[in-house]
Design a protein. Structure first.
Length: 280
């Protein structure tokens, strides 16, 4: 099991969602998603990289031109549910209906071939693994939805780090977790990536390049947004500390990303990874 061609693969990805849509009065805040997405697209284009955009259905309905642009530039569009509700807050039937709506909205906006899925907030756990049967029913090929460590929100500690088939159709590509002090954290993405000092990221990357798995990373439009208004973000249990971290060091993201690229990593889509690199 592992990568056959290149173990310096960075599965950088964007979870394309608008946090405003998850707040009751969120639309009073400024629209930032199209602008921030363009900034990511420019960085990808500059490096000649293609990546995967795990896209919420309502985003596709609000910004079809943005989806068309992402597709036209050769990136992959994958599912991130229609309404960004964690899996444990839905029944299996509700999840299936939501995911069908997500898939339809993405195709309608211009997505070409939908093969991938990421659960909101990595909410695919031991308790919600019924979701894999739904993914198989809807012809999804892979999922990248598991946080294989303890976590205050969601986590599936016993899943392990290995990429593997979870049923006849679905391959799970769990988030890359590394040990930093006493913590096990996904150092390649989101709030953790922003918080960690550059020397820690560098050392984790150095250790990672010897491993046989791709490095996974997930980013959101807000992760790079230095001009977003201050408000309490959804899905963090109203924690003031966590909300502070939601805004922490957004200006440093691209510099750190460039360090990863300088360390010899290339970026590709999850779909290309499962078809061209992955040997199970
Ligand atoms: Zn999300």
């Amino acid at each position: 099991m592992g990568t056959s061609l290149n173990n310096k693969l960075f599965l950088f990805s964007i979870d394309l969602e608008d946090v405003r849509f998850l707040l009751p009065d969120g639309k009073k805040f400024k629209e930032r998603v199209p602008y921030n997405t363009e900034v990511y697209l420019k960085w990808l284009d500059k490096n000649k990289f293609k990546c995967t955009f795990f896209t919420v259905g309502d985003i596709a309905e609000h910004y079809p031109a943005l989806i068309k642009e992402i597709v036209a530039e050769g990136h992959e569009i994958a599912c991130h549910t229609y309404r960004h509700i964690p899996l444990d807050k839905q029944t299996k039937a509700e999840f299936k209906a939501d995911l069908e709506k997500n898939i339809n909205a993405l195709y309608k906006a211009g997505a070409k071939k939908i093969e991938g899925f990421r659960a909101p907030i990595f909410s695919l756990t031991e308790k919600t693994q019924w979701a894999y049967a739904v993914l198989a029913d809807l012809n999804i090929a892979y999922s990248s939805s598991v946080f294989p460590a303890k976590n205050p929100l969601y986590g599936w500690e016993t899943f392990g780090n290995k990429i593997r088939k979870v049923n006849e159709k679905i391959i799970e590509i769990p988030m890359t977790i590394g040990r930093v002090g006493p913590l096990h954290i996904p150092y390649g993405g989101g709030v953790y990536f922003r918080m960690l000092p550059e020397f820690v990221i560098k050392s984790k990357i150095k250790n990672h390049s010897a491993a046989d798995n791709p490095l996974l990373g997930y980013f959101h439009p807000y992760d790079i947004d230095t001009e977003q208004e201050r408000f309490m973000h959804p899905g963090i249990n109203e924690s003031k500390l966590y909300n502070y971290l939601m805004y922490y060091n957004r200006s440093g993201v691209f510099e750190k990303l460039d360090r990863i690229i300088e360390a010899g990593f290339t970026v590709d889509t999850y779909s290309n990874y499962i078809h061209n690199y992955l040997v199970l």
